[in-house]
Design a protein around this ligand. Structure first.
Ligand code: FES
Length: 248
């Protein structure tokens, strides 16, 4: 498949966003995936041509990061976190359930091309473990039953909305967003869930604040001056103790 002139224009548009054009390689590879459904040899050559790199250099990047796929991805990419916390909270059971239900192995696509299943590493959503990602949108606190219903809904084309994000489109459309071309859905869904904000609320209740460094945070110093003073005093005390210990 030959890439369209429009795709080359968009690749150049991405490269032009950066002071060093090669900094655009990662989003450019996402754009290739949005068009081709994977990182193809043609896509690698196109990125190399636009950036003045060799295909080997582009290929080295595309094969390093797991978000870049060398074989076709289905309409939806379903990632089940099986990293430590999610695994013990049920991620392993979810992955086993979906693997059996979809009759695919890891990083394989269903016969109808609808779902690519992959076990993924921690997505920094451990407070909602176990999590499932659909096209990199979060589905929190999943169970084998809810994940099974989720893939049924995706396959049937029913509307699916992420726990903390937008309604689900498709993997290719999500790849286009990762390339930096917005789809207008960025403001859908909550920005953060309550579990992620517990620490912040506790800190506010108890007047906790991070120590202020030379480049300091004006907001913190203005909102909680006593806490900042106390934190600075404690830091100074611990530095004195450390100095005395090293003198001994
Ligand atoms: S272990 Fe699953 S999101 Fe962190």
């Amino acid at each position: 498949m030959t890439l369209a002139a429009e795709t080359f224009d968009e690749l150049r548009e991405i490269a032009a966003r950066y002071p060093q054009a090669r900094s655009g390689l990662l989003p450019m590879l996402h754009l290739v995936q949005s068009v081709e459904g994977r990182v193809t040899p043609e896509g690698i050559q196109a990125c190399a041509d636009v950036l003045g790199l060799t295909p080997a250099e582009v290929s080295g990047v595309a094969t390093f990061y797991t978000m870049y796929k060398r074989h076709p991805v289905g309409t939806h990419h379903v990632g089940v976190c099986t990293n430590t916390l999610c695994a013990v909270m049920g991620g392993d059971e979810i992955f086993a359930c979906l693997r059996e239900k979809l009759e695919v192995g890891n990083d394989e696509t269903t016969a109808d091309g609808a779902i690519t299943l992959e076990h993924i590493e921690c997505n920094a959503a451990c407070d909602y473990a176990p999590v499932v990602m659909v096209n990199w949108e979060f589905f929190d606190n999943q169970t084998p039953e809810s994940a099974s219903q989720l893939v049924d809904d995706l396959r049937e084309g029913r509307e699916v909305v992420a726990s903390r994000g937008a309604r689900i489109t498709s993997w290719r459309e999500a790849e286009r967003v990762l390339a930096g071309f917005e789809d207008g859905l960025v403001d859908e869904g909550p920005a953060a869930g309550p579990e992620s904000l517990v620490g912040l609320e506790l800190a506010r209740e108890r007047g906790w604040a991070a120590p202020v460094h030379a480049h300091g945070s004006a907001d913190v110093t203005e909102e909680m001056p006593e806490a900042v003073e106390e934190a600075d005093t404690r830091r100074a005390e611990s530095e004195t103790i450390a100095e005395e210990a090293s003198d001994d």
